[in-house]
Design a protein around this ligand. Structure first.
Ligand code: FAD
Length: 307
């Protein structure tokens, strides 16, 4: 069996694997798609000390850095079941194999919920964005829309209003669902419009980038077009934890509940990054949390394993 088995090969998993291997213990990493969400990103300008990089380049560096160490890298492997045991934890893969390890670090990340309308995929990273902390500054002085009137949508609209020239917040329902204090702040801003009962039906572009969107007023039934440079979709972040239901404690949003050490509800099982309850889903945070979970796993091994 492994000493440390990491599930997930994004920034959190890569950091966890490197920290474990540096302790000279048997380390494996299984990932459905090595690189994770970083592969879907273009400009990255907030990974501190790297002034600018692109997602595929950072993903390749993560993988190369892991491969500098003695780590079993199992790419294109999806975990589908976690089975806690007395002195080891088993992880069943979709290909039928079972991996065993004294400790496991879960770092399966998350995915943004998409609108599922024409043009959204085509203009992803070409005006369609999901992360205001990441991509907000790219739209300085421009016109954007935020889709979704929950807390994350309203927070995004307030945040973006400081950077961009104009924000249109689009909510499907007849009212916003965000906390009152956020709604009051939003309505006090001069460069924000709120559209209620509005269903976005299409992302428009010129072949290279976003030029606007089409929405339908659900009450009047009329269709309208907005001219825009960017669209921030804020209708939910879904943790990749469906396969852990019933074994590891999850929050109401499906995030793995961890303590300050990255420990989950199952002894010997740790977690890090976007799949956990740790707030703010960012690369630099995922990397730090991965390192922390790995050091916690090592500490657990020191206390529980025979030398
Ligand atoms: P992920 O990157 O999601 O990696 C999860 C890993 O787990 C993947 O390897 C995946 O294949 C694997 N996996 C999932 N389920 C399973 C399973 N069942 N079995 C095995 N493997 C599994 N952050 C920034 O800091 N700056 C930015 O500029 C930025 N831009 C972004 C742009 C876009 C378009 C997106 C989508 C995100 C962006 N982010 C940015 C957020 C950032 O990418 C994430 O916070 C970060 O990647 C989280 O790392 P992670 O390791 O926790 O998870």
């Amino acid at each position: 069996p492994y000493d440390v088995l990491v599930i997930g090969g994004g920034p959190a998993g890569a950091a966890a694997a490197i920290y474990a291997a540096r302790k000279g213990i048997r380390t494996g990493i299984a990932a459905e798609r090595f690189g994770g969400q970083v592969l879907d990103t273009m400009a990255i300008e907030n990974f501190i000390s790297l002034r600018h990089t692109e997602g595929p380049q950072l993903a390749a560096s993560l993988e190369a850095h892991v491969k500098d160490y003695d780590v079993d890298v199992m790419n294109l492997q999806r975990a589908q079941k976690l089975v806690p045991g007395i002195d080891h934890v088993s992880v069943e893969l979709a290909n039928g194999a079972t991996l065993r390890s004294k400790t496991v670090i879960l770092s399966t990340g998350a995915r943004w919920r998409q609108m599922g309308v024409p043009g959204e995929d085509q203009y992803r990273n070409k005006g369609v964005a999901y992360c205001p902390h990441c991509d907000g500054p790219l739209f300085k002085g421009k016109r954007v829309a935020v889709i979704g009137g929950g807390n994350s949508g309203v927070e995004a609209a307030i945040d973006l209003a400081n950077i961009v020239s104009h924000v249109t917040l689009i909510e499907f329902d007849g009212k916003l669902r965000a906390d009152d204090v956020l709604q009051r702040k939003l309505r006090s801003l001069p460069n924000v419009d709120v559209l209620l009962n509005a269903r976005t039906s299409e992302v428009l572009g010129d072949g290279k980038k976003v030029t606007g969107l089409v929405y339908e007023n659900r009450i009047a039934g009329q269709r309208h077009t907005l001219s825009l440079d960017g669209i921030f979709v804020q209708i939910g972040l879904l943790p990749n934890t469906e396969w852990l239901k019933g074994t590891v404690e999850l929050s109401s949003r499906g995030e793995i509940v961890v303590d300050h050490h990255g420990q989950t509800s199952v002894p010997g099982v740790f977690a890090a990054g976007d799949c956990t309850t740790v707030p703010y889903k960012q690369i630099v945070i995922a990397v730090g949390e991965g390192a922390k979970a790995s050091l916690s796993a090592f500490d657990h091994l020191m206390r529980t394993s025979a030398p």
